[in-house]
Write a protein that binds this ligand. Structure first.
Ligand SMILES: *Cc1c(COP(=O)(O)O)cnc(C)c1O
Length: 815
């Protein structure tokens, strides 16, 4: 188990140690927001680009934490009864400690890198090897400079096999990971163009990744990637296990498939190995062969062949959906070991929309720990995360967890639970379903989920966080960020998005109308919220819900003054909008002198900020006008702020402004469309976040001369096959995309829309594609960008994404 005395940490990492009690540290915590046992943990204060860990030390101290690992050029509070490890560079020191820890283990450790498939190969190998070994592996895709050491901390003397992922995006990163992982066996999955922007060439990237294998005794890879093969041949002292479909491969692979099964044969050194997998796609075949060849290299391939036909689909996604009776459902069937239960519980605890939190948990599959201890640890987690209701499914959990959480309900099997389903009422709660795949919790999910139709908007919460960080990269650390979540977060969701933003510590949220703000407050959002367009007569509600109005004309100001007079003992923060060219809301330049006179007369008025809005920050042809707006804003805002002795924030930049005019960021910026994946610079770091998906619900053959749909607009000019999709303009698919203007993607092929789009249905021409009923169809997403779709019908991405109707089910996921 990971356990170091503070004085040993300081010695090993050549850091300073200041403190009184030289205690044992069993855990290193990097996130101040998640629960941890303060008595045995040290908080590692990472001076990150986005957040500086040192600024959370006071909070943690108040929560009882006394052990802090800090960096010596950073400022942090000094508490007399706290212990400090002080390092030149905390990440270097942390990694150095982990190298030391890793060196205590002599069992084989597999290191996996490559552009794709790392996590699947890791999980499959685990699935197969756990029959023979006690395996420790990286949780989810923890593969970064921080994720790798956190993974390695899980190494334990009860294990006899490790599988660790390594991911890099820049030069010189792999050496650091190699030092820690020090793999004895390597797998290089493949190479693609991910993270290419930081490398001069593909070769340079392969060379960088190959550094993971400097000390491995064996390396497994596919020699069909010639560039990987060439670099692998440079390795010294490493035995190569290269396989390929190309002729004369060292391990000659061949594959054939029938139905949903692939038959794979490998020839090597006069021996033939055959196995089958329950997948036929190229990536799965490649991943499975990597696993098989690895087992050859370890020397246990013969015993494990039979496991391949049961390789599980690896659900990497943790999904959030709406449920019946105002429930929220979190579905995580990734796997069910202790680490992943912990990660899922953390995500559950970030959800603020319901006070009641319910855990539906199956038997936990964790090797190497006695069941009693395992379930005691799980009971501790359940208590720490204040779970209000626990339902356990499985024979182990019923036996062991029951002793620690006797108030829970327990069932021997999923079927047994389903027969008693009616006795449980789920209402106003957030429910986490966490189960090993064989428990088939999808049957339970079906009962709780809102059964809306199968057109869904899939929303990638990781991508939202990536985009937030991308826009923050333009900002100075002190610049605040307000995120626009008006119009149902540009069509992407309400509290689901706000929760993420709150968790990632944005400074403000902004909505258009009062009821949008009320909805967020009712869902437990505590961030400051600005209402851009407070409607007449709503001022009372605003203050009741602690929402901050944008005062944009004298009549709104009038209303505000009346409220202020009613509550002389209170102060209500407001935001003042100046019109510098939009001619929408905002005080005009002529009104500013009068406004500046009136504002100081309101005794309990607190002006939080003064702002304006740019009309064309995304277009170069308006750059002169943008500059004029900014200059005007500077002058006018000064007239107001100089009336007050306290600081007042200024802000003018929207998303495109952040990218193109970051020199004018003032005190805060207002991020909108950029968060949702649209970059005015088309920067690749700004990722698509949503995919509108439906499926083929009907297929028919059509003869020449017939027509498809209303008004006979879809003329059939040659024998054709037409697919029907259950999505129409009532779902937000613009009717302007009718008659070949728009297209969709089915089975990776882009096909045209034929005829007029109907209210609830759309027809597509699938004559040239192999399509079956039920196949997935992408209406927009990464492969079919919203911006392209917008151009086709003469509108802007804003309109496309905000038009997706509320009846389309939103599914939020984390990978
Ligand atoms: C909507 C809005 C924004 C965000 O604009 P984007 O172009 O989506 O970044 C900023 N400020 C105000 C006042 C807005 O209404």
């Amino acid at each position: 188990m990971f356990s170091y005395k503070l004085s040993d940490i300081s010695k090993i990492t050549k850091s300073e140690y200041a403190g009184k009690s030289d205690i044992y540290i069993n855990h290193i915590q990097i996130d101040s927001r998640t629960y941890f046992d303060v008595s045995q943990s040290i908080f590692l204060a990472i001076p990150g680009k986005q957040h500086n860990g040192h600024s959370y030390i006071k909070d943690l101290y108040d929560k009882g934490c006394r052990n802090f690992w800090v960096q010596n050029n950073q400022t942090y509070p000094q508490f007399s009864d706290a212990n400090y490890i002080i390092s030149k560079n905390v990440i270097d020191a942390f990694q150095c400690l982990i190298s030391n820890f890793r060196s205590k283990f002599t069992f084989p450790i597999i290191g996996i890198t490559g552009s794709n498939g790392k996590t699947i190969v890791k999980e499959w190998l685990y699935h197969i090897c756990k029959q023979e070994y006690s395996v420790v592996r990286s949780p989810r895709s923890f593969n970064s400079q921080i994720g790798v050491p956190l993974s390695l901390m899980l190494l334990d003397s009860t294990n006899n096999f490790g599988i660790i992922e390594a991911g890099i995006s820049e030069l010189n990163e792999m050496v650091l990971l190699e030092k820690m992982i020090h793999p004895t066996i390597g797998i290089f999955t493949n190479i693609g163009d991910a993270h290419q922007e930081n490398f001069k060439s593909l070769q340079e990237k392969v060379q960088e990744k190959m550094k993971l294998f400097t000390h491995t005794k064996k390396l497994i890879y596919c020699s069909d990637y010639e560039i990987i093969h060439a670099e692998a041949l440079q390795l010294q002292n490493t035995k190569l296990y290269s396989w390929g479909f190309a002729e004369n491969s060292m391990i000659q692979a061949s594959v054939s498939s029938k139905g949903s099964i692939s038959y794979i044969t490998l020839h090597w050194e006069h021996k033939t190995h055959s196995f089958t997998i329950p997948f036929t796609d190229k990536a799965s075949v490649e991943n499975a062969i990597h696993c098989f060849v690895t087992l050859i290299a370890i020397g246990i391939s013969d015993e494990t062949t039979e496991y391949f036909i049961d390789l599980p689909q690896i659900a990497m996604r943790l999904e959030l959906k709406s449920g019946k009776n105002n429930c929220t459902l979190i579905n995580d069937s990734y796997n069910s070991d202790f680490q992943s239960v912990k990660i899922a519980l953390e995500f559950l605890s970030q959800q603020k929309q319901n006070n009641n939190k319910t855990l539906l948990l199956s038997d936990v599959k964790q090797t190497g720990i006695p069941l009693d201890e395992l379930y005691k640890n799980i009971a501790d987690l359940i208590n720490q995360y204040s779970i209000s209701r626990v339902i356990g499914v499985g024979t182990d959990i019923s036996k062991y967890l029951k002793t620690y959480i006797p108030q829970g309900s327990y069932y021997e099997s999923t079927q047994a639970f389903l027969t008693h389903f009616q006795t449980h009422v789920f209402r106003d709660e957030t429910i986490l379903l966490k189960a090993a795949r064989e428990f088939q919790f999808e049957l339970i999910a079906k009962q709780i989920e809102n059964q809306t139709h199968q057109t869904v908007l899939d929303i990638n919460l990781n991508a939202i966080v990536t985009n937030l960080h991308y826009f923050k990269s333009y900002l100075q650390p002190k610049t605040k960020i307000m995120v626009m979540v008006k119009a149902f977060s540009y069509g992407s969701g309400s509290f689901e998005i706000a929760n993420i933003l709150q968790h990632h510590r944005v400074d403000y949220l902004a909505v258009a109308f009062v009821d949008e703000g009320v909805e967020l407050r009712n869902a437990g959002i505590t961030l400051p919220i600005v209402v851009m367009n407070p409607e007449y007569g709503m001022m009372n509600q605003l203050f009741e819900y602690n929402l901050e109005p944008n005062i944009h004309n004298f009549s709104v100001l009038q209303e505000y003054v009346q409220i202020c007079e009613q509550y002389p003992e209170k102060t209500f923060p407001i935001h003042i909008k100046i019109d510098t060219g939009m001619a929408r809301y905002g005080f005009s330049p002529e009104e500013i002198p009068l406004l500046s006179k009136e504002l100081p007369l309101i005794s309990n008025c607190k002006i939080a900020s003064v702002f304006s809005h740019l009309v064309g920050s995304d277009e170069a042809r308006f750059d002169d006008f943008t500059e004029t707006q900014i200059q005007l804003f500077k002058t006018l805002s000064k007239e107001i702020t100089k009336q007050f002795s306290y600081p007042i924030m200024l802000h003018i930049l929207n998303s495109a402004g952040i990218e193109r005019f970051s020199q004018h960021q003032f005190d805060m910026v207002r991020l909108g469309i950029g968060l949702y994946g649209i970059s005015s610079l088309n920067d690749e770091n700004c990722m698509n976040i949503s995919t509108l998906k439906t499926f083929v619900s009907g297929i028919r053959e059509m003869q020449t001369g017939t027509t498809v749909g209303y008004s006979r607009n879809g003329k059939i000019l040659k024998p054709s096959i037409i697919g029907v999709l259950p999505i129409g303009y009532a779902d937000g698919l613009s009717r302007k995309l009718s008659n070949g203007v728009g297209s969709v993607i089915v089975n990776k092929v882009e096909v045209p829309i034929i005829g007029n789009i109907c209210m609830d249905a759309t027809m597509i021409d699938i004559t040239n594609v192999d399509v079956s009923l039920g196949d997935e169809v992408i209406v927009f997403g990464k492969e079919l960008p919203i911006s392209v779709m917008a151009k086709k019908i003469g509108t802007i991405p804003y309109e496309i994404i905000t038009s997706v109707s509320r009846r389309v089910k939103r599914i939020y996921y984390f990978e």
